[in-house]
Design a protein. Structure first.
Length: 303
């Protein structure tokens, strides 16, 4: 069954973005590791601190993740979210996204305070440190954090609901993933590839295949913005779909103000990619936010 989401107002950020056909490459959040904590019920704008998860715990998890390359998000099963506290065992996913070292692990916790025992520095560096059990299939997070942005709730929830009917625990609603204006947005773990303008058919295709789809891909969260754009450009040039065969060296800014990015393949091939930051003029990044001068990352040369 195809679900048609309610109409959004004309000034909604995702409506404006689609009208302008904004480029998506290089817009994914940068995070090497994701800690995804199940938390039923409603979420506020800052979900870890504004939900039925203990406020102090949410703040402490965010503080420990900061600087460790870890991003904390809340997840919940698709469907109704009654405003009541439901203490119960929670599923927690830990995903590391670096190619060749990516992993996805799951643990069930009865008290989320046990997550404070996690070695965040090790997790950010790609060491699971005995956390949970290995999950061998991909999991898709769909942002539905409506208190953060209306577009995510209106566009994201129907996608999560529909895909959950066929894929069960492989799809979860998620708190803020960044890029509201590209809603519905999704993040595939453990690879860390973020996507915009999702629909149920595309979401199912992402879960069914390990291939990287560059269409409406925002980038791999492992890399900074210029690296994301460079890697996707090389994938398109070479028709490379395997997620873990490309590596990206940290982008360097040259004297002309352009990013120089080295992308290489595990088979020995390599490319020098030039990425420019181009002004887009006034753009609205989120519903209700004031317009501001924005830039986008554009690949101008591949050698």
């Amino acid at each position: 069954m195809v679900t048609t989401p309610p109409a959004l107002p004309g000034d909604a950020c995702s409506v404006r973005s689609r009208a302008l056909d904004e480029p998506m490459a290089g817009t994914a959040v940068t995070a090497a590791t994701w800690l995804c904590v199940e938390q039923p019920g409603p979420w506020g704008r800052d979900a870890p601190r504004e939900s039925h998860l203990d406020t102090g715990l949410g703040a402490e998890l965010a503080a420990r993740a900061a600087g460790a390359g870890v991003r904390v998000v809340l997840i919940r099963r698709p469907g109704a979210h009654p405003d009541r506290h439901r203490p119960a065992p929670r599923r927690v996913y830990l995903a590391h996204t670096a190619p060749g070292r990516a992993f996805l692990r799951r643990e069930v916790v009865t008290d989320p305070k046990h997550l404070l025992d996690l070695d965040f520095a090790a997790a950010g560096g790609g060491e699971p440190a005995g956390f949970g059990e290995t999950i061998t299939w991909p999991v898709l997070l769909v942002c539905t954090n409506g208190r953060r942005d209306l577009c995510c709730a209106v566009r994201g929830r129907p996608v999560a609901d529909e895909v959950a009917l066929t894929h069960g625990d492989a799809v979860w609603e998620s708190s803020h993933l960044g890029g509201h204006r590209f809603a519905p947005t999704g993040l595939l773990v453990p690879t860390g590839y973020a996507y915009g303008d999702l629909d149920a058919a595309r979401a199912r295709a992402l879960l069914a295949s390990s291939a990287v789809v560059t269409d409406r891909c925002r980038g791999r969260s492992t890399w900074p913005a210029a690296g994301q754009a460079a890697e996707l450009a090389v994938r398109e040039l070479t028709n490379t779909v395997h997620p873990d065969v490309l590596r990206v060296r940290d982008p360097e800014l040259d004297d002309d103000g352009h990013w120089r990015v080295v992308v290489w393949h595990v088979d020995g091939r390599g490319w020098r990619v030039t990425v420019a930051e181009r002004a887009m003029g006034d753009r609205v990044l989120s519903c209700g936010a004031a317009p501001g001068d924005r830039t986008t990352h554009v690949v101008t040369r591949i050698d």
